[in-house]
Design a protein around this ligand. Sequence first.
Ligand SMILES: [Zn+2]
Ligand SMILES: [Zn+2]
Length: 249
Amino acid sequence: MNFINNIDLTDFKTLLLLYVLVFVIILFRYALLSGSYYLLFRVVFKKKFADRVLAAKMPSSLQIKREIRLSVYSTFVFGLVGVVLIMLWQKSYTKIYIHLYEYPLWYFPISIILFMVLHDTYYYWMHKWMHDFKWLRRYHLDHHKSVNTTVLTSFSFHPVESFFQAIILPILFIIIPLNIFAILIILLVMTFSAIINHAGVEIYPRNSFFKGFKKHVIGATHHDIHHRHAQKNFGLYFTFWDRWMNTEY
Ligand SMILES: [Zn+2]
Ligand SMILES: [Zn+2]
């Protein structure tokens, strides 16, 4: 038994309240993390990272307004999928588990890596098809209107694209057994990776360790190139699909 079973999801008012709560959490997470990231790297340590800025110019107020508006739309979509996920969890359709020891401890980090590899694979192909097929491309264009990306671009998608992005989450939670804390870590990594990749500033150091790290893990420079050369660099977390499919810039 877990706390999720105590929520009466057959009651419309409870369901609506849950949706509002999930919506507020998603939006608050976005505002707090992207805002703090901007403050840290573009205000507090502005001088230190001055030569690491990728964006050719400051975004216009029009771009900022569009990114915020689209991010709110994304929140509506992700919130809806979040509620569906909670319903699936309550009905035991997902493999989410509460107690850490239900699976061997070594499985905990493996489950996170497995999730990220599958998520990355789904994202790579979904993203590539959004560029390859005209009927999908028109939805993805909203994200690409931001060429000089900002932390706010990280959640700025057309609602149709948000749906394609969000729908994989419940599917993966049905397939992969994940501890509730592993899910929290995954959600944090997802948010931070999107912010890091869109912030318009390369934060990874230039030393040899990070040179190797950046060969496999996507950072701001890698994704910034995608916003400038749309047929290259489609990956989400890792570069292996781009390297295998010869789409790396
Ligand atoms: Zn992007
Ligand atoms: Zn794209």
